[in-house]
Ligand binder design. Structure first.
Ligand SMILES: [Zn+2]
Length: 393
């Protein structure tokens, strides 16, 4: 992973790079960001940068008889080179000085719930989903039902084992701990011990979503790297450039995903470009009201997968929230464009603000009912009739 592969976040990238160039690398750092942020990707890019044999100011590796092979690769001041031997190993996550600890659970195939047993899957997963969530990971490795992952006591011994040896190839040994929230008490204490008396030339990169779940003694020994959420623009550019999503769809998805790239990527499979058309039809039928059409639309809704049904309700909620903001004069907070913006402008004249507030409540309730498996047909028809009534208020 290189910095330039991560969309946006220029300022935090710069801070990280400068810390290396100025020799101010803290031995324990906490990359803290919301779910779907770049916290893990940044830690990975940072570790890659530190280990790059060819970065500006890198200590030359033992060049051997034939001199350094990296010498001819042009240096990029603001990133790892991506081409030296270290960068290649970092990309494949096979660098012998880059260690990983992450939550696991036993599955049908793998009976040992510890990071080493899952390493091949972990490499595959991170390469494919560097912005993935814990539940994505657990699904990926085949953990069934509502079982949670954790970082076991066995890992604690590994933590110590992995860092007592000298680095093999790089200047630093780097231990990346993903979701340290899932450390059990015994692992957390083992980690604390090494954080208190860190071995030389060892870096700990903790990558977390919820710092409140960490021991305060761990927090006080790590330097915080606050990773902001992606902007709408970062997400839509990423989707259109890297995922081949059309510009219109990528803007809609960016708007819906609220800075969460994991969510954005899962939504792009859902063809959101159709959502607005569907939503606009539904609203037109409710506004008239055209009962025959509403029954037909309800049947369509009922036939959709539950995730898609939730997606439609979430989308409707965000549009009505923007409608509410628009009516209350907070027009600069409304991030919509194109047809969606036209919808908000038209409906803000036709529907009273009190009704909009009630519709938001109804949509919220419908969302929760769908989530709790109440019959979609009943929920949706009821919702449509209530919205039709509120429109006339
Ligand atoms: Zn390199």
């Amino acid at each position: 992973m290189q910095f330039k592969e991560i969309p946006g976040l220029e300022s935090i990238k710069k801070t990280l790079i400068q810390s290396v160039q100025n020799n101010h690398v803290a031995h324990a750092q906490l990359f803290h960001g919301n779910i779907g942020s770049a916290n893990l990707a940044l830690a990975w890019a940072y570790a890659t940068y530190i280990n790059c044999e060819n970065r500006v100011g890198a200590i030359p590796q033992d060049a051997g008889l034939f001199g350094s092979v990296a010498i001819d690769i042009p240096k990029d001041e603001n990133d790892s080179c991506g081409r030296c031997a270290s960068c290649a190993k970092m990309r494949k996550l096979i660098h012998p000085d880059f260690h990983h600890i992450f939550p696991t659970a036993t599955t049908k195939k793998i009976k040992e719930a510890e990071s080493d047993a899952y390493l091949p899957l972990w490499r595959e997963y991170l390469t494919e989903y560097p912005y993935g969530t814990l539940s994505d990971w657990l699904t990926f490795i085949g953990v069934e039902g509502n079982r949670q992952g954790n970082i076991s006591a066995e890992e604690a011994r590994k933590i110590i084992g992995k860092i007592t040896f000298k680095a093999y190839e790089a200047e630093y040994k780097i231990l990346m701990i993903w979701q340290p929230e899932m450390l059990n008490l015994s692992s957390a204490n083992a980690l604390l011990k090494v954080l208190e008396e860190p071995p030389a030339k060892t870096l700990f990169l903790l990558v977390c979503n919820d710092a409140n779940k960490l021991l305060t003694t761990i927090l006080s020994r790590t330097q915080r790297v606050s990773v902001p959420a992606f902007t709408d623009e970062d997400i839509s550019t990423y989707l259109s450039e890297k995922q081949g999503v059309t510009q219109q769809e990528s803007q809609q998805v960016a708007y819906l995903s609220e800075g969460n790239l994991a969510k954005a990527l899962s939504l792009t499979g859902v063809q959101t470009n159709e959502i607005h058309t569907w939503f606009a039809n539904w609203m037109r039928a409710s506004y008239k009201p055209d009962l025959q059409s509403l029954v037909k639309i309800t049947d369509e809704f009922d036939a959709l997968q539950k995730e898609r049904q939730k997606g439609i309700l979430e989308y409707s909620l965000s549009i009505f929230r923007d409608l509410f903001l628009w009516q209350n004069g907070a027009t600069d907070l409304v991030r919509l464009q194109g047809e969606e913006m036209t919808f908000v402008q038209n409906f803000s004249k036709a529907v009273k603000p009190q009704a909009v507030e009630l519709i938001v409540n109804e949509l919220n309730q419908a969302f929760h009912h769908i989530e709790r498996n109440v019959r979609a047909k009943i929920v949706f028809l009821d919702l449509s009739l209530t919205i039709a009534k509120l429109f006339k208020k």
